[in-house]
Design a protein around this ligand. Structure first.
Ligand SMILES: Nc1ncnc2c1ncn2[C@@H]1O[C@H](COP(=O)(O)OP(=O)(O)OP(=O)(O)O)[C@@H](O)[C@H]1O
Length: 305
């Protein structure tokens, strides 16, 4: 479990992380999202004791990182690829790391197998592709069999097979009961990987909720020859109804069930009742609209002729 309370980090007059409070629970993949410069990497460095907070605190399994006698066994991290010395083999890099942390040798073989590097474990890492480097980074993160894992943009630059592998790995780590915190700018990937979502902008918390809650259907499309009458019956407090075309309604504020029940109660014919989920990308853009550092202009639709 990772818990942050009022976590704040200032660099001079720049506040990189601003009063963040969140929890990353065991058994979940928590996506850590925010525009460039939002403070994700800084937050992760604070979790890992690589930087000291200016205010607030963050704990892993109840203690600050530096208060754990064997932190590698509490939280594993992948902050940047190619952290290994290029002249060393993957195996010797892992063995050195294991030795310096009192981790048994057999765990090295285990993590090499886990990340699929067995065939190249004796090769120097400087010849590794980006994907192999990421796998080695993951092996290092998992060496101490930690209960929490922190990964900063692990999918960046991976080929489709590597992306799929990473997705299944993260889900597998959570299924084993680990707390997994993962940052990414790839919304489609996060949508299918993360159970929980933390969104930050300019260092501040914007949302902390489940993926399901964040992207749950916000509107229902109704196609009916009795659309106008149905619209009148559905109208009420908290319900927004528009009619993009005759015979069609867009309903916000009601789920499919009450719409279907109302139609049935008044013997109105319905051809289609479709919940329209909002994509994570769209939700993210709306949530962070005021938090982006460098906003470009739209390439279509808004340009003056
Ligand atoms: N060591 C530092 N000294 C000064 N400012 C810093 C330092 N580290 C980060 N910052 C600033 O803090 C803010 C947050 O940066 P951070 O790298 O944590 O954002 P991020 O969300 O990880 O961004 P990205 O998605 O681009 O990786 C940025 O404005 C950055 O310039």
């Amino acid at each position: 479990m990772i818990e942050a309370h009022g976590l704040t980090k200032r660099y001079g007059d720049r506040t990189a992380v601003d009063d963040l409070t969140f929890t990353v629970r065991p058994g979940t993949v928590t996506g850590f999202l925010g525009p460039n410069g939002a403070g994700k990497s800084t937050t992760m460095r604070l979790v890992l004791g690589l930087d000291r907070p200016t205010g607030g605190r963050v704990t892993v399994n109840g203690r600050a990182y530096r208060d754990h006698p064997a932190p590698l066994c509490e939280v594993g991290a992948l902050l940047e690829a190619r952290a290994a010395h290029g002249g060393r083999s993957a195996r010797s890099h892992l063995l050195a790391l294991a030795r310096s942390h009192g981790i048994p040798r057999r765990r090295v073989a285990e993590v090499i197998d886990l990340v699929g590097l067995r065939e190249v474990a004796g090769k120097r890492t400087k010849g590794f592709s980006l994907g192999m480097g990421q796998r080695l980074g993951i092996a290092c993160a998992l060496l101490g069999d930690p209960g929490a894992v922190v990964l900063d943009e692990p999918v960046n630059g991976l080929d489709p097979e590597g992306v799929l592998w990473m997705r299944n790995l993260l889900k597998g780590l959570a299924a084993e009961g680990r707390a997994v915190l993962v940052s990414s700018h790839l919304m489609n990937e996060m949508a299918v990987t993360a159970d929980e979502v933390i969104v930050i902008g300019r260092g501040r918390l914007i949302a902390a909720t489940s993926m399901h809650e964040l992207t749950r259907p916000a509107r229902v499309r109704v196609v009916s020859p009795d659309a106008a009458r149905l619209g009148e019956l559905l109208a009420g407090p908290g319900v927004e109804i528009s009619s993009p075309r005759p015979g069609e309604l867009e309903v916000r504020g009601l789920a499919c069930e009450p719409i279907g029940r109302t139609a049935a109660a008044h013997a109105l014919t319905v051809y289609e009742l479709t919940p329209r989920a909002v994509g994570l990308e769209q939700v993210f853009m709306e949530l962070t609209r005021d938090s982006v550092e460098y906003a470009g202009r739209a390439t279509s639709g808004g340009a003056a002729a």
